[in-house]
Structure formats: structure tokens, C-alpha cells
Design a protein around this ligand. Sequence first.
Ligand code: ZN
Length: 213
Amino acid sequence: MFFLIFKLFYVITLFIGGDIISNIFTKFFFILFILVLFVSIFFTPIIKGENISDFLENGEILYVNPNGFVWPIPGYTRISSPFGKRNSPTAGASSYHYGCDIPAPQGTKLIAIADGEITFLNFLGAGGYTLTLSFENYKVSYCHIDPNFLVSVGDFVKQGQVIALVGPKYVYGVPGNFYKDENGNPTNGATTGSHLHIGFRINNQYQNPMNFF
Ligand SMILES: [Zn+2]
């Protein structure tokens, strides 16, 4: 199809401008064709979602890993506390860590690692304000998030969509929250500072999130 148009163009320009102009035009369109081909092959997976292109505007490229997931907190990759056995960093925090912690300032965007459904969104003990994203046999929890929720339970979200923000260290007026800092200020679950705690469950068994990234 393209070559038919290409040929037609060549004939028209040959008719109007003669051989030299015709050659310039055909070369120009050939280069354009190669460029379009290159962009469509290499960039289509990145620009498939509107929220993903938002990130591109901010200069960040979302990398879909071999498991099909994107990193939940663009711009922040340092793990302050890995999955597994640990010494409790704060009273009430588990000595076995069922997820990993990624420090980031309050308000940092958290994105859906995959397409899925929001199945839980509430205050949840040590996790503080918590969101759960479910798909297939996975349940992925984002803990210590901002209480000003961006989505609702039952929403279907797309990979790369901003679904929550990193929450504040302190939350006030939450009934039943007994987590506090050393001065008695109520904290957003068992936390010593703003961070994302991400937890992975497969068939309700906790797994190390880093096995999937
Ligand atoms: Zn944690």
C-alpha cells in the first residue's frame, strides 16, 4: 500500500518538477517512512496509556519488566527495609517484614503496577492507610498512603495510573489507631517516616516484592 502511494508521488513529482525534484521528494518520504516505522516499533508499548504518557511529559519513562509490572513509585528505588526477618524499627512493627519499604516524600505519586481492581481502601492497623490492588491471583498492597484517596473500592485501574500518594507520617483522629511516635503523636500505622510499604500476596501467601521487579 505504502509503495503504491510512494510510486504515485514519484510520478506526480516527476511530472511537475522533473527528475531532480522527484528524487528529493522520494528520498524525503523514504526517510519519513523509516522514522515512522522506528517510532512505532520501539515506542508503542510505552505510549499505550494516557497516564503513562503523563509521566513521559515529566521526563520519566515507565519500564515494563519481564513480569509485566511497572515500578510502583517512579523516581524512588532505595529499599530502606527489605522483605523478611528484621529487628522491629518501631513499637508494633512486625519483626518479620511482609513487604519492602521505599522512602519517599509525602505526596509522591504511587502507580498501579498492573491493570487491576481496587479491592481494599481503608485504615488497616500497622499498615496505616492502605490500598489493595487485585488482579489474577495477586493482591498488591500499598501501605502508609495519603488518606485523601484518589480511587474507590471497585474501581478498575490501568497500569501506570496514579492510584494514591505517599501519606504523611502523622494522622489524627483515626479511631482505633494505637500507633504513636515517642512523643505520643499518632502515626500513619507503624512508621517512622513517609515511605511506601509494598506487599505482594499470591494466593494469599506473602512473597518478596523484589522477586517481581
Ligand atoms: Zn514496611
